[in-house]
Write a protein that binds this ligand. Structure first.
Ligand SMILES: Nc1ncnc2c1ncn2[C@@H]1O[C@H](COP(=O)(O)OP(=O)(O)OP(=O)(O)O)[C@@H](O)[C@H]1O
Length: 825
């Protein structure tokens, strides 16, 4: 097509193309609706050859989309299948340089308008408009294109070809054969037009290419456009590949995550793994951890993520997190220091215990003041000391209720290992926190009333000394940062109200005892028990069993019988059980009754209700006679009577002791024997009684721990009774240590002993004069029923019981049997 024979006419119809430039040598298809343009085309169709000028319209500032340049085959297809997209016509202004084209094909569109397929031939200038023409027509002249071959044009050409090749690989909008097309074009002008046609250039820039005067200028323009387009394409490529990378990565991540989930599901973890971690993190935020704990928990959570689902390690971590996150780090009960209300609660829950309640209220008052002044710290820890079942635990509960706090109780009985208090380190298999932290976890608040039960039964051995750990727990100066081995985190115990209980003060480790304020609770008399039963135990049991007061009657006489003959205890625990079991049977009997009438439980019915658990009063169990004397013993379960029996058997061993006596008691027995021998002359006891006989002393009753010196006067009296043959009445009991010279020394546990003695049916008591002060606080009924005689020497007792055996009439201060002396100092 390089040597086309077409000559440029002097004048030509022309059409204005809205958004494209048709270049010489290039094929293009264009559609028209405008009648004037169609008339111009009609003119062209009547010419031979059918030529027409195409000029670009001027639309300032607007970029044109690429004209639809099509291959001849495509053009043919379009012309066979239908019209191309129509183009706007009749812009107001147009360029003066255009292209003479030859029309190859024309198609009339049924809806109106025509489409033509044209090929550019020459570059022309519209010289002058022909005014009389009814359609656009102008005088035209060719703008010749002079090929020049210089080194510059050659260099530019080569650059353009290589750039075109490069762009061909970069730009997806270029046809695959773009590179081949450029290589096949020989005419450098045509090459410029071909490339300009395919590049996405605005109309103005296309026009610039068309108008460029010299080949070098045209080549420059094309090279510049190619470089720019390559840059754009490369940048676009980079952006695209970056986006592609991102998309790929997110797709890859998604894929991996899905795969991981599938694997976890296979392993049985399901999606719980994620949920669990989220749950732990959330909980960690909610529970108000200390900064130290926060760090540790975060560390453990990330360890958990790594450890994976069901591994042993994950289980250990989970247990730890469960414990830490379940602790009351910042949860507190609102405390109450209303003393009137506290008194009401204490009274409602417990009968009497006046001194104990007073002491507790004092403590509350001090605490309230400290709280008001914002002072920390507490005085000594309260220790409720007394036999079982006297209400120590329930007092603790009432104190908690009165203070508006939670209550926890931890038993320390048998604790010998420090780890029980402070926990095992996490490196141990199955390690758990100690009892203190476990208790707080149970309380769910950081300021509960925390009862350490049976602190007298804490022991120490090779596993460490629990009392050292307890000291730290109870010391307000140290317990702000209590460190459990398992948690390995400081936990603040300073808000906890610690209380302890014990049956015996002697076995409380001394350093602990030193920090405690003992509040003694003694055993109850049967009258007190009766009151407690009436006011507390029966109403509570009735509530539990939904029994109404109109349905039954437990008269006092029956209750007394239960207390005295069916229970033997200092407290009321067993009484409580008996009452509950009677009421339970009443509920059953009521259910079986056809005519509902009140059930009255009488004394003789008790065997039916409670079985034959009849307990004989001790005094009735033994026979009185020479050599048998009643003593008094203190046990952790309350006061008891104990019998000293002695017999003389021929022999020369001198002395036999049986009944599992402790060393101190054995020594005490020896002293008793020596003292008795020293008085044989006064009492007319023949000397051979001791030289020809063996004295056997036996103390029956396996349940009573028998040690200590307090049976001294009892054993002396028993030996003298045996030697003189004078019995001591079985309603008499005595307690006191004896010295070798016969002085009666004071002993402990008087209050418990006397309550126990009265319960056992004793009526007369001999005790060391120095112990008389201990009888002041005895319940009134005990003082009323017991004749209490203080003695300073054993000789006083001898005069009371063995006066008839004495060679001389008794001298000095005598003690008349049955005289009342209680309350005297
Ligand atoms: N003074 C009292 N008033 C009302 N109820 C009482 C009284 N004393 C004891 N109780 C009742 O006796 C029962 C036993 O008391 P609790 O369990 O507190 O005894 P404890 O002294 O703690 O014994 P332990 O030392 O064995 O733990 C409880 O039901 C309690 O309510």
């Amino acid at each position: 097509m390089a040597d086309d024979p077409i000559k440029v006419p002097a004048d030509s119809p022309y059409v204005v193309l809205n958004d494209t430039v048709v270049f010489p040598h290039i094929l293009a298809s264009i559609a028209f609706h405008d009648p004037r343009a169609m008339a111009a085309i009609d003119d062209a169709m009547n010419r031979d050859p059918k030529t027409l000028v195409c000029v670009a319209g001027k639309r300032e500032g607007e970029e044109a989309s690429a004209p639809e340049i099509i291959s001849p085959e495509e053009a043919r297809e379009i012309f066979e299948d239908g019209p191309p997209a129509p183009m706007a016509a009749e812009p107001s202004a147009h360029y003066e340089v255009g292209t003479l084209v030859v029309i190859h094909k024309l198609l009339r569109i049924p809806a109106g308008g025509i489409a033509i397929m044209v090929q550019g031939v020459r570059r022309v200038h519209l010289d002058r408009e022909i005014p009389e023409s009814p359609y656009p027509r102008a005088e035209i002249s060719e703008i010749p294109e002079v090929p020049e071959k210089t080194d510059t044009t050659e260099a530019l050409l080569r650059t353009i070809l290589s750039q075109a090749k490069k762009l061909g690989t970069l730009a997806s909008y270029l046809p695959d054969e773009f590179e081949t097309m450029t290589l096949n074009v020989e005419n450098p002008f045509h090459l410029c037009y071909l490339i300009a046609t395919f590049l996405r250039l605005p109309v103005a820039e296309r026009q610039e290419v068309l108008e460029a005067g010299t080949l070098e200028a045209k080549l420059h323009l094309i090279a510049r456009h190619l470089v720019k387009e390559i840059e754009i394409q490369e940048l676009g490529g980079k952006i695209k590949s970056k986006i592609a990378d991102e998309v790929q990565k997110s797709q890859r991540d998604f894929f991996l995550r899905e795969q991981m989930k599938a694997i976890q599901k296979e392993l049985g973890d399901g999606e719980e793994g994620d949920e669990e971690v989220v749950r732990y993190r959330q909980k960690a935020q909610e529970v108000g951890l200390s900064p130290e704990a926060e760090k540790e928990v975060a560390r453990e959570i990330s360890r958990l993520v790594k450890a994976g689902g069901q591994s042993q390690e994950a289980q250990v971590i989970r247990t730890y997190l469960d414990v830490v996150l379940d602790l009351p780090w910042n949860r507190e009960s609102p405390e109450s220091y209303d003393l009137v209300e506290a008194r009401r609660i204490l009274d409602a829950d417990h009968y009497d215990l006046e001194k104990v309640k007073e002491r507790i209220l004092d403590e509350l008052a001090v605490l309230a003041r400290k709280k008001k002044n914002n002072e920390g710290g507490r005085g000594p820890i309260l220790c409720l000391l007394g036999p079982p079942g006297v209400g120590k635990t329930t007092l603790g509960q009432s104190i908690a209720r009165a203070m508006g706090r939670e209550f926890v109780r931890v038993s320390l009985g048998g604790v010998r290992d420090e780890a029980e208090i402070r926990g095992h380190r996490r490196t141990y298999v199955g390690a758990m926190p100690g009892r203190i932290i476990a208790g707080l976890r149970k309380a769910q608040t950081k300021n509960p009333v925390f009862m350490l039960d049976e602190i007298d039964k804490v022991g120490a051995d090779y596993r460490g000394d629990p009392s050292a750990a307890l000291l730290e727990v109870l010391d307000t100066a140290q317990n702000k940062d209590f460190r459990d081995h398992y948690l390995d985190l400081a936990f603040d115990l300073s808000r906890v109200f610690f209380l302890t209980t014990a049956n015996v003060a002697q076995t409380i480790p001394p350093p602990l005892l030193d920090r405690m304020d003992l509040i003694p609770l003694s055993g109850y008399t049967w009258e007190e028990k009766l009151h407690i039963a009436r006011s507390h135990l029966i109403p509570r049991a009735m509530g539990e069993l939904s029994l109404d007061a109109r349905e039954f009657d437990l008269p006092d006489a029956t209750l007394k019988k239960i207390i005295r003959e069916f229970t033997r205890e200092a407290g009321v625990r067993s009484l409580d059980r008996k009452i509950t079991s009677i009421l339970r049977k009443i509920v059953r009997d009521r259910a079986l009754q056809s005519r509902k009438k009140k059930i009255v439980v009488k004394g003789p019915d008790l065997a039916r209700y409670l079985g034959n658990e009849y307990i004989e009063p001790e005094t009735r169990l033994r026979k009185s006679g020479p050599g048998i004397v009643t003593g008094l013993a203190w046990t952790p379960n309350g006061g008891e009577v104990l019998f000293v029996e002695s017999v003389a058997i021929p022999g020369s061993k001198g002395f036999i002791l049986t009944g599992q006596l402790g060393d101190v008691m054995k020594e005490s027995a020896r002293t008793a024997l020596s003292f008795a021998q020293s008085r044989s002359k006064t009492l007319g006891i023949p000397p051979e009684f001791f030289s020809k006989n063996e004295i056997h002393i036996h103390v029956p009753g396996g349940a009573i721990p028998k040690d200590g010196p307090s049976a001294g006067i009892t054993m002396t009296t028993a030996i003298l009774s045996l030697a003189t043959g004078i019995p001591v009445p079985s309603t008499v009991a005595m307690t006191g240590e004896i010295s070798l010279s016969g002085r009666v020394l004071p002993v402990g546990g008087i209050k418990e002993k006397l309550i126990g003695a009265r319960e056992a049916g004793i009526t007369t008591i001999y005790l060391p004069a120095k112990n008389l002060k201990d009888t002041v606080e005895l319940p009134d009924e005990v003082k009323r029923d017991l004749a209490i005689h203080p003695v300073e020497t054993m000789d006083e007792l001898i005069r009371v019981f063995f006066a008839s055996a004495m060679k001389e009439a008794p001298k000095g201060r005598g003690v008349t049997k049955g005289s009342r002396s209680s309350g005297k100092g």
